[in-house]
Design a protein around this ligand. Structure first.
Ligand code: GRF
Length: 204
């Protein structure tokens, strides 16, 4: 079976990219894109000899032209799947049009609860005891695309956003490669009629 070719988009630390690189069973990371030239995650692309492409607005006349150049490049490479991993830029609607149901994201909350930023702070402020992460399809809304998989964690007694992240991040690193491998072996389908939410169970 040919491996699913994926492009991973990052903006910073890149810990999810690292996990994705370490679990390439049914898929292969064929390129990495960054909108920040100093993103730490680019080091993982270098370590694994993966071609990487930087479209930082500081090297372009404006954000629009940086985004347009990025779209041209990803269209040229035409990966099977675009995987957003801490990519902190609104996706160009044209990219969604060119890659329908072929762009996924990981979000640190149990969507539809807490879309957007600062999810850990907001969950703690609301005194929730259950939290988690969601892998979802990307559409033109903010974290509104169809959900593919979720993992829950108990945050009872956890008092800081940093400690929430410390508990959740290792789970993100398991669920994301698991989903991508599932898409690659067709056990997870992105077709509109059959996309359904899966609970991911992990060794706590
Ligand atoms: C993760 O918490 C992810 O859920 C969110 O951004 C963070 C990225 O972290 N979308 P990293 O860059 O993968 O370390």
């Amino acid at each position: 079976m040919p491996k699913l070719e994926i492009s991973v988009f990052i903006s910073g630390r890149g810990s999810n990219l690292k996990a994705i690189l370490e679990h390439q069973t049914n898929y292969v990371v064929s390129s990495v894109f960054s909108n920040k030239e100093n993103a730490h995650g680019l080091n993982y692309a270098k370590e694994y000899n993966i071609p990487y492409h930087i479209f930082d607005r500081i090297n372009f006349p404006d954000l629009k032209s940086a985004k347009s150049a990025m779209l041209d490049k990803v269209c040229e490479l035409n990966p099977d799947l675009i995987v957003l991993a801490g990519f902190m830029q609104i996706i160009d609607p044209k990219m969604i049009e060119k890659f329908p149901r072929r762009i996924i994201n990981i979000h640190p909350s149990l969507l539809p609860d807490y879309p957007g930023l600062d999810t850990h702070q907001r969950v703690l402020a609301d005194k929730k005891t259950t939290h988690g992460c969601t892998v979802h399809l990307v559409d033109n809304g903010l974290d509104t695309g169809d959900t593919i998989a979720q993992a829950q964690i108990d945050i009872t007694g956890i008092t800081s956003p940093e400690l929430v992240a410390q508990k959740l991040l290792p789970i993100e690193h398991k669920i994301y490669p698991w989903v991508i491998n599932g898409i690659a072996d067709h056990s997870i389908k992105l077709n509109p009629t059959v996309t359904k939410l899966r609970e991911f169970s992990y060794e706590a």
